[in-house]
Design a protein around this ligand. Structure first.
Ligand code: ADP
Ligand code: MG
Length: 395
């Protein structure tokens, strides 16, 4: 069901509680990566232009329901203020006299940032009384925290039951891009899945099998798939309890007419050897003491050919241990291959986004999904509680 957005609701002069995802890395009191703050700016700017009173709320890290100086949002307020070019008043609490007084004194267009909502244990418990108290601060609720939308917490879900509740622009952009590839992708539609473990990705693999034309599998994930196909993978980590599932996935793919493409050659290092003692071997010749760390050149070629024929691609999960230069070739080559003008590319996952940046192609990706867990759950076809709780758009 489509949801209302901040465009569909009267906000002028209104107190608007905006759930943002300001869960950013902080070192020595400074924000070291402000991507998530920047992603929230279009909504905040729109609310300012339309003379709303903007009350921002976010979590940061995992303080587990207790006040923790390390997780205060003060450095975030500082950075947001620089980016917006207007004063951002930081309040050291979410409830009680201080926020109430600050909100009461607000003029239209002003911005305040409440304290880390996870300082309250009621947040992650989605305590209705707590959510209701939060709602009393505002007239309207906007959820723009796509990265937290798969969580049913008080500030992401609970509060939506007490106020008119709409999507912000980041939420709208994410939902649009992911809905498009799940429902009306331009075909052929290819998905590339990698990363360390099969267990993280089974739900996504299964749901995508009903959507894609071809599935490319690499990374540590591929070890278990190779094993399920009868290959010996030496010392590479295999999830023994998932071999059967991998087998079922091949059967499911076959019944749906979806091609699953595995590596045909890989980069291995023998146990005890230095990382630069790499060998390139075919997947049926992996030595018993060898461990897989990357795609081989023939696999890269095959993956690239598939991508050249595709119109839409979704990618999650690095295809090798790309953090180390000697094992980065497969991941970087694929990042470059999807950065083509005639290809709609959607990329999700924290490490995969890092790989795309490393390859220098972030600007050329159609949609970089900011929510790691949230985008995967969306693609699994799960209901995202923070989204479900928002007000339905008129038909
Ligand atoms: P994302 O954060 O994009 O969802 P994941 O967290 O699932 O991605 O996976 C990222 C990790 O997978 C990286 O740290 C990378 O080193 C690891 N990885 C990729 N290929 C392999 C491999 N062949 N063996 C072990 N780890 C791998
Ligand atoms: Mg990761």
């Amino acid at each position: 069901m489509a949801k209302k957005t901040v465009r569909d609701i009267e906000i002028t002069g209104k107190r608007v509680l905006v759930r943002v995802d300001f869960n950013v890395p902080i070192e020595n009191g400074k924000v070291t990566d402000d991507t998530r703050i920047k992603e929230a700016l279009p909504t905040i700017r729109y609310l300012r232009e339309n003379k709303a009173k903007i009350i921002l709320i976010s979590h940061l890290g995992r303080p587990k329901g207790k006040i923790n100086e390390k997780y205060r949002l003060t450095p975030v307020a500082q950075r947001l203020q620089e980016l917006l070019g207007v004063t951002v008043l930081k309040i050291d609490d979410c409830l009680g006299d201080k926020p109430a007084a600050a909100v009461k004194a607000m003029q239209p267009g002003e911005v305040i940032l409440l304290e880390n909502v996870r300082f309250y244990p009621e947040e992650e418990k989605n305590d209705p009384a707590f959510a209701q108290k939060l709602s009393l601060l505002a007239d309207v609720y906007v959820n723009d925290a796509f990265g937290a939308v798969h969580r049913a917490h008080a500030s992401t879900e609970g509060v939506a039951h007490f106020l008119p509740a709409v999507m912000g622009f980041l939420m709208e952009k994410e939902v649009k891009a992911l809905t498009k590839i799940l429902t009306v992708p331009e075909r052929p539609f290819a998905a590339i899945l990698g990363g360390a473990k099969v267990s993280d990705k089974i739900g996504v693999v299964k749901n995508l099998l009903g959507k894609v034309d071809v599935l490319l599998v690499g990374g540590g994930l591929a070890n278990t798939f190779l094993k399920a196909q009868g290959y010996e993978v030496g010392k590479s980590p295999v999830e023994e309890d998932k071999i059967k599932t991998a087998g079922e996935i091949f059967a499911l793919a076959k019944s749906r007419g979806v091609k699953i493409i595995l590596p045909v050659d890989v980069v291995v290092v023998s146990e005890g050897e230095a990382a630069d003692k790499i060998k390139i071997v075919k997947v049926d010749e992996i030595p018993a003491d060898g461990q897989i760390f990357d795609l081989g050149p023939e696999s890269i070629k095959i993956f690239k050919e598939v991508l050249q024929g595709a119109k839409t691609v979704f990618w999650n999960g690095p295809l090798g241990v790309f953090e180390q230069k000697v094992f980065a070739e497969g991941t970087l080559a694929i990042a470059r291959a999807i950065a083509e003008d005639n290809l709609t590319s959607v990329v999700g996952g924290g490490d995969t986004l890092a790989a795309v940046s490393k390859a220098g192609v972030a600007q050329k990706i159609t949609h970089l999904s900011t929510g790691g867990g949230a985008s995967l759950e969306f693609l699994e076809g799960k209901v995202l509680p923070g989204l479900a709780a928002l007000t339905d758009a008129a038909k």
